[in-house]
Design a protein around this ligand. Structure first.
Ligand SMILES: Nc1nc2c(c(=O)[nH]1)N[C@H]1C(S)=C(S)[C@@H](COP(=O)(O)OP(=O)(O)OC[C@H]3O[C@@H](n4cnc5c(=O)[nH]c(N)nc54)[C@H](O)[C@@H]3O)O[C@H]1N2
Ligand SMILES: Nc1nc2c(c(=O)[nH]1)N[C@H]1C(S)=C(S)[C@@H](COP(=O)(O)OP(=O)(O)OC[C@H]3O[C@@H](n4cnc5c(=O)[nH]c(N)nc54)[C@H](O)[C@@H]3O)O[C@H]1N2
Ligand code: SF4
Ligand SMILES: [Mo]
Length: 684
């Protein structure tokens, strides 16, 4: 180690597949450097670019962090505040909550939260408080991945037990479908995939670096994956690669799919998806011979028929019997329950004495337009103004003077600007917690490396203080971090305590790779994998998966994909000065041919527009993006762009076919050259 000083080992708790090990270097009590842990199996001494920059930038910068509770003095959205004391802030919130709870139940108090931090206590403990007051939860997964979860739960009885990445050593093929590890799992892209002995197939409309490095890249038009899955299955059947024994023994409803296959030839597949028939053949045979791993990304299901897409894509693993053996399985996410954690212990749903109320993120704006049913709003671990749909309309309703809004964050975001009270949250470098990767089966320590900056406090402590002020007495609301960590580690059955875990940084849950569905038991009503069943009909879906593809945009419109940027983590880091330089001006990437047809050039100012909003951007040209598609990364901060908007200003917030989830990758827009000055454009 080049720096001399105290070092502390901890873990990155961002919403990222990698869960990197970190070393924090301190000198004279101050953090001087945050870097990758050389002994950590994932980070291997290197953080991703964005964290290397921002953990040594905005995250430890007193000028950028929120360090005091604030109360609003300007108009909502203006971002003018004055400092206040914790006592006064808590007393104000307490008084507002009591007023609401005195005259009604808690359902008029809404709260949004997500994965600002994914450590277990800071991510889940606050739910105990919201359960106690009977608040309405804006269902976090509906803005991200719920259609995929519910589809897999219905088919397999579980969406949170995936393959163990360590079993890649036994796989002849890894199919990465609608995920972009080069952005969203940078170390899996850099180490795990290249080191896997098997062939890599990527299926993605964008030729991102993972797709470019793959042995095969299939580039379907967005939203056509259901059809592509059926064309692949057609070849798998024709080549005798179906596992009939597995299908007979462990599944229901295969006959309903089989009857659809004859028409789904590779030539038909090419016409519907745009993927050449020869590539469909090659990929089907490679995957079908196996053993194969199937990684279903979260981008894949953000489509109008995202539920059907997931049912159809998972058929590949089912029809070839790629379960229960080394080198096989399917991964969406690995949840912490598969390492023994009891989610109900963390969030204490029993504290809610009434019914549990929840709404979709897609309905948040509409709910806030109804003052009688939305009197207060808490946002924590979540930046709704940057991330949620209907951005312009959402900002309008957040301006309601009668909406009491509280926002907890590390930074003064586009969302905190609307709050009446802003509470400063401590960062992961400033308190102990636990991190469970959602890719591999690891258990990691988040270790306090410094005191909370200024007067900031960990989320959990803020809600303990609120519970005390409101004179709640349930012990669950006051349990200490140390006690929770001890209970959670006990639940894992690993026998390790926090001090031992902190010394190691990360441990594997088991010494050997876990084999997914090794016992062939499925927690579905029939106990089998439900390819077709009445449960789907009951929620208005076809009984079996279908070879669907979305209609292509008409009238010269483009389909907008707005996936993860390599330099941002959702909206996190979008305020770091060096990251701002790295991401440059807001742009839209299109194919050079597309640009030529439209008379556009690299750097041309354009306006993207649809019925929901308008967004001025600069054109960037790249062959990574196919014709008909526009790539605009998610996560920019509105306040740093002249347009005062990001891509979600174009997002109508339509719902998927299942679970009221986001189909954000189905936005369609017109693209026209911008005329006039930047300030005129900014009026949109
Ligand atoms: N157009 C488009 N929009 C999308 C998506 C897309 O693909 N395209 N993806 C969607 C997806 S997948 C998701 S998950 C959502 C994510 O949407 P958000 O949950 O809004 O994600 P972030 O922008 O990361 O916001 C998290 C906030 O938590 C704060 N934070 C970090 N640590 C802490 C902490 O310890 N305590 C507190 N109180 N705050 C903390 C951060 O500073 C940040 O402001 O966005 C969705 N929006
Ligand atoms: N750097 C970085 N890392 C992140 C995040 C981030 O914002 N930045 N966000 C985190 C979060 S919240 C999440 S949910 C994950 C998401 O990470 P991923 O699971 O990788 O999901 P996305 O980035 O939304 O999209 C992945 C890919 O899906 C593709 N895609 C879109 N539509 C279709 C389609 O119809 N068919 C197919 N086959 N592919 C399609 C996109 O082109 C994109 O390349 O990443 C996490 N990690
Ligand atoms: S965001 Fe992901 S890649 Fe970057 S340091 Fe954190 S865990 Fe590692
Ligand atoms: Mo997400």
């Amino acid at each position: 180690m080049s720096e001399i000083g105290e070092t502390i080992r901890t873990t990155c708790p961002r919403d990222c597949y990698d869960a990197c090990g970190i070393v924090v270097v301190k000198r004279q009590g101050e953090i001087v450097r945050v870097k990758g842990d050389p002994e950590h199996p994932v980070s291997r001494g290197e953080l991703c670019g964005k964290c290397a920059v921002a953990y040594n930038g905005a995250w430890i910068d007193r000028q950028t962090r929120l360090t005091q509770p604030l109360k609003r003095i300007g108009a909502k959205g203006e971002g003018r505040f004055m400092p206040t004391s914790w006592d006064e802030a808590i007393a104000t919130i307490c008084q507002q909550l009591q007023e609401i709870l005195f005259t009604s139940d808690g359902r008029g108090i809404l709260h949004t939260h997500y994965t600002g931090t994914c450590s277990l206590i800071a991510g889940f403990f606050p739910l105990r408080f919201f359960n106690r007051i009977g608040a309405t939860e804006v269902d976090p997964d509906t803005v991200c991945n719920k259609a995929g979860h519910v589809a897999l739960q219905m088919v397999f009885g579980d969406s949170l037990t995936g393959f163990d990445p360590r079993t890649a050593k036994d796989a002849a093929c890894i199919l990465v479908w609608g995920a972009n590890p080069s952005s969203s799992a940078p170390h899996a892209h850099k180490h795990w995939l290249p080191e896997a002995p098997g062939k890599i197939i990527a299926i993605d409309p964008i030729k991102h670096p993972t797709a470019a490095a793959a042995d095969l890249h299939l580039q379907p038009f967005p939203g056509s994956d259901g059809a592509l899955a059926f064309a692949l299955l057609h070849v798998i059947q024709r080549e005798g690669l179906l596992n009939e024994t597995f299908l007979d023994k462990h599944t229901t409803g295969w006959s309903e799919v089989r009857s659809l296959l004859p028409d789904c030839t590779p030539q038909w597949g090419e016409a519907v998806t745009g993927v050449p028939a020869a590539l469909i053949e090659e990929a089907a045979i490679l995957y079908g011979r196996g053993p194969s791993l199937l990684w279903l990304g979260q981008g894949l299901q953000r489509q109008p028929t995202g539920g059907n897409v997931f049912r159809a894509c998972s058929l590949l693993a089912i029809a070839t019997g790629n379960f229960g053996k080394p080198g096989t399985g399917l991964l969406y996410m690995n949840g912490f329950a598969n390492r023994g954690i009891d989610a109900d212990y963390l969030s204490a749903p029993h504290l809610n004495s009434g019914d549990f109320h929840s709404i979709s993120h897609m309905d948040l704006t509409a709910r806030l337009e109804d003052p009688a049913n939305s009197r207060a709003l808490f946002c924590w671990n979540n930046n709704i103004v940057a991330s949620s749909p209907q951005q312009r309309q959402l900002r309008q309703v957040l301006s309601r003077e009668d909406l009491f809004m509280v926002s907890l964050d590390l930074f003064a975001t586009d969302t905190t600007d609307y709050a009446d009270i802003v509470l400063p949250a401590a960062s992961f470098l400033e308190f102990d917690d636990l991190v469970f990767s959602y890719f591999n089966y690891s258990i990691s320590a988040q270790v306090k490396a410094a005191e909370p900056m200024g007067e900031s406090l960990p989320n959990q402590e803020i809600f303990r203080r609120l519970a005390a002020a409101i004179e709640f007495t349930e012990p669950e609301l006051f349990e200490s971090d140390a006690a929770i960590i001890a209970s959670l580690l006990k639940q894992t059955g690993t026998g390790i305590d926090f001090a031992q875990l902190a010394a190691k940084g990360t441990i594997d849950f088991t010494p050997e790779p876990i084999i997914q569905f090794a016992d062939y038991k499925f927690a579905t009503p029939s106990g089998k994998i439900e390819i077709a069943s009445d449960q789907f009909a009951a929620v208005g879906l076809p009984r079996s998966p279908q070879p669907f593809a979305d209609a292509r945009p008409s009238n010269g419109k483009l389909r907008v994909l707005s996936p993860a940027s390599p330099w941002l983590m959702n909206s996190v880091y979008g305020n770091d000065s060096r990251v701002l330089k790295l991401i440059g001006e807001a742009n839209v990437t299109i194919n050079p041919q597309e640009a030529k047809q439209r008379g556009l050039q690299d750097g041309s100012p354009v306006i993207l527009s649809n019925e929901t909003g308008h967004l001025p951007l600069k054109v960037k040209l790249s062959n990574q993006v196919p014709c008909g598609v526009a790539l605009v990364y998610k996560g920019r901060w509105l306040k740093f762009d002249a347009s005062s908007a990001n891509v979600n200003v174009l997002n109508p917030g339509h719902k998927t076919d299942l679970a009221e989830s986001s189909c954000v990758h189905s936005i369609e827009v017109e693209i026209v050259p911008a005329v006039g000055s930047q300030s005129e454009i900014g009026r949109f």
